[in-house]
Design a protein around this ligand. Sequence first.
Ligand code: CUA
Length: 413
Amino acid sequence: MYPQIFSAAKEVDQAFLIILGFSVFILVVVTVVMLWFLWRYNHRRNPVAADIRGNLWAEIIWTVLPTIIVLGLFWTGWSSFKAMRTIPEGAMEVLVEGRMWSWKFTYANGKTSPELVAPLDTPVRLTLSSRDVIHSFYIPAMRVKWDVVPGMETSVWIQSDSLGEYDIFCAEYCGLKHADMITKLKVVEADEFEAWLTGTPEEVAGESRGLALMEEFGCFDCHAMDGTDDVAPPLNDMAGKERLLILPDGAKRTLRADDKYLRASIMDPGAELVDGFDDEMPPYSDELSEEDLGAIVSFLLGKDEGGKDLSKAGHPGRQMAEVEGCLKCHSTDGTTTGRAPTWKGLYGAEVKVYRFSKKETVIADEAYLRQSIRYSSTWVVEGYVDSMPLYDDLNEETLEGLISFIKSLGGEH
Ligand code: CUA
């Protein structure tokens, strides 16, 4: 059988073997008895058939025995199912988001990853959600398979007793690239996990930030980088490449792939299609920040090193904000998430706030930012509820990094 690394699911294999063993046993018994009857009651050996009218004992046996067998089989299945559905208290939390056609894992500190990294022998609660259609989150080595349904959050848990890499699949047909909705579970030692979780991804700040983002968003599930056609056009050597486009009115025109074209086709890919390809790509307008988009476009145009957008995206304070989870609620591009005000243009701006339920207007200077980050309840910005966690244990270095990052996002006029 496939390797099994989840101790709570050991009984699943046991239940499977018991049920299989019983089924085979009954198949053999029934077949043997049937053959024996064929031989023994053949009309030459037994010309006159017996006329049997009822047998109480036979009826009791064939009612009670199968009932006991079926209940026993149910019990083996039920007890293993229960062990897998009882999530231990204090399990590490990881959010799992499925989309066509990739997985994204978000850790409690806001770190996101396209692969699931988990420490050895530690229970992990996975909260599953979908951005689009029904997927099914499947780790064969864990015997865990659970549907991921849009508009619904469900949870499973895992715990690995062996190091190594294991497959994660989508087990529910979800469209063209369903079979490519594959990623890895990486089980590592606890200290290695801690280093990975808290480590600032240095390469992400540098030249390959655009590349890392594209991997995270699953772009390469459909776009090849070696010039071949997949379900979507290849993306290598984009700079200056000419593309034959089909416009919404059906007309065709040829266009050079530049910054403007790439931005438009990422944000609203359906508007103008490359000749020969279908309108398959989801729009990314609601999930890519201006900086992320800039990093991807710079990468595609091959000017990642020293590109202007990148130096800004690589602001050390941005990494702190990502690690602290600030950017889960605060945008950096002027859009609002509904949970918290954007950071763009915040520094030095006038902010309407409530202080002890009294309305006032304050200037978002350094003192304001400092206080608001550490003790967000001091002022509550108009239009928002006081939902930000306390950051009073933030160290001075991080606090300054965050403030300097907010300053870099403009404002002060
Ligand atoms: Cu997602 Cu199949």
